[in-house]
Design a protein around this ligand. Structure first.
Ligand SMILES: Nc1ncnc2c1ncn2[C@@H]1O[C@H](COP(=O)(O)OP(=O)(O)OP(=O)(O)O)[C@@H](O)[C@H]1O
Length: 266
């Protein structure tokens, strides 16, 4: 019984396959992807362009129906977008007519959470993101990094089971990006959410994740899935310290080869 309860926790992808098009135009984009994602995991997903990372994220989000297989969340079939899955995109996509605080509150309003609870959570996330002083500003008055922090706060405030992030920092400059990475790590540690984080940046994946997944294309499939030894039990280490770990460059090279050398490793 205990085993049953444990087995049902988290997100389960079972035999996911996806084809776009029909007949002669049919293209198999994902094949037989089975993954179990546990609460509290930070999963970085790497892979060459076109290997199906975003398609997989869209299936997890409930935006796209797989051709084969199922997605379940805590034992319940997941087939359409719902508040259990939060999504953060490359561009912040804030509502331009709402203040930063109102943007963060938006998902909670949709869920009809009581006003006092909404207020409390907006304050919590404004503080967590270091955005208290900007609560009343409109999106066009914010920097790129602030907008993306607000977008992450808006997603988390709706209390999803899992947060899907599709290259959320790729539009930011290097300094803002590193700040955002630190913020995200802090938020992940404080909230204990499962993060499913797509990136092209091997360093970002190594610094942030607790688990690393590499996909290969045609059709998209998982070819590597392992716990990140650099961050295990060291989540509060500085990035410089993680980078100075003797294993860092070996692992980095390995991932780069796996991402690049698709033909060598198939
Ligand atoms: N709506 C669609 N119709 C047909 N083909 C599609 C569609 N969306 C994606 N594809 C194709 O599916 C494959 C996987 O695309 P996807 O965007 O999931 O890959 P990706 O790994 O996220 O790529 P990138 O890293 O460049 O964002 C690509 O070959 C793409 O051209």
């Amino acid at each position: 019984m205990i085993y049953e309860e444990k087995r049902e926790q988290g997100i389960l992808l079972d035999g996911i396959g996806l084809a776009y098009g029909k007949g002669a135009a049919e293209r198999h984009v994902l094949r037989d992807i089975s993954l179990q994602l546990a609460p509290g995991e930070f999963v970085a997903v790497l892979g060459p362009s076109g290997c199906g990372k975003t398609s997989l994220l869209n299936i997890l989000a409930g935006y796209l129906r797989p051709t084969r297989g199922t997605v379940s969340i805590n034992g319940k079939r997941h087939t359409r977008p719902d508040p259990e899955v939060g999504v953060v995109f490359q561009q912040a996509n804030l509502f331009p007519w709402l203040s930063l605080a109102r943007n963060i509150e938006f998902g909670m309003r949709m869920q009809n959470l009581p006003k006092a609870r909404r207020k409390e959570r907006v304050s919590y996330f404004l503080e967590l993101m270091g955005l208290e002083a900007s609560a009343k500003l409109l999106p066009h008055q914010l920097s790129g990094g602030m907008k993306q922090r607000a977008a992450i706060a808006r997603t988390l405030a709706a209390e999803p089971e899992i947060v899907l992030l599709d290259e959320p920092f790729s539009a930011l400059d290097a300094l803002t990006r590193e700040n955002m990475q630190l913020h995200l790590r802090e938020i992940w540690r404080k909230t204990g959410k499962c993060m499913f984080f797509i990136t092209h940046d091997v360093d970002e994946a190594l610094l942030l994740s607790s688990r690393l997944i590499v996909m290969h294309p045609e059709p998209g499939r998982v070819v590597e899935d392992f716990a990140n030894p650099l961050t295990a039990g060291a989540e509060d280490q500085s990035f410089a310290r993680i980078r100075s770990n003797a294993e860092y460059s070996t692992l980095r090279e390995h991932l780069l080869t796996r991402m690049d050398g698709v033909n060598t490793f198939v």
